[in-house]
Design a protein around this ligand. Structure first.
Ligand code: A3T
Length: 126
């Protein structure tokens, strides 16, 4: 897993169109989202993460939570992003890992949301 963490005043995205054969299904109301005072976690799940996805999700959760605490962010956006590695895990590994990270962050008390997997998205970060 590679992550790029950016503390932003605002972050909003819109899912435009499917980027893979089986994108995560989303309702029309889930196509866009916006958060303020947010730590945006751009996450690329890598091929080698397929060996131990549970451990990888735990480590990613801890790393994201550590930075969220440094910058005092309660809001976190877990954002699937395919561009931080050239060795990508497949969707059946990547989606559960990203879901676990979001769920674990919620359990730790953060307001964590997750962007949809497998879509071309536009985003605006301030
Ligand atoms: C985008 N933001 O990157 N890890 C994370 N996401 C992945 C992976 C992976 N291993 N493989 C596919 N979309 N995706 C958009 C840009 O606008 C997802 C991720 O949602 C990605 C999309 O599938 C196309 O690769 C493109």
């Amino acid at each position: 897993m590679r992550t790029l963490l950016i503390h932003a005043d605002t972050f909003e995205y819109e899912a435009k169109e499917p980027a893979i054969k089986n994108p995560e299904e989303i309702a029309d109301t889930e196509r866009r989202d916006a958060m303020k005072e947010v730590l945006v976690a751009f996450c690329t799940v890598e091929k080698e993460d397929e060996k131990n996805p549970i451990l990888i999700a735990e480590r990613a959760t801890d790393a994201i939570a550590e930075v969220a605490d440094w910058v005092k962010a309660k809001n976190i956006m877990v954002y699937p992003y395919a561009h931080l590695s050239s060795s990508l895990a497949d969707r059946d590994t990547a989606i559960p890992v990203l879901k676990s990270v979001q769920q674990a962050l919620l359990k730790k008390g953060y307001n964590a949301r997750r962007g949809p997997f497998g879509w071309y998205k536009s985003f605006d970060l301030h």
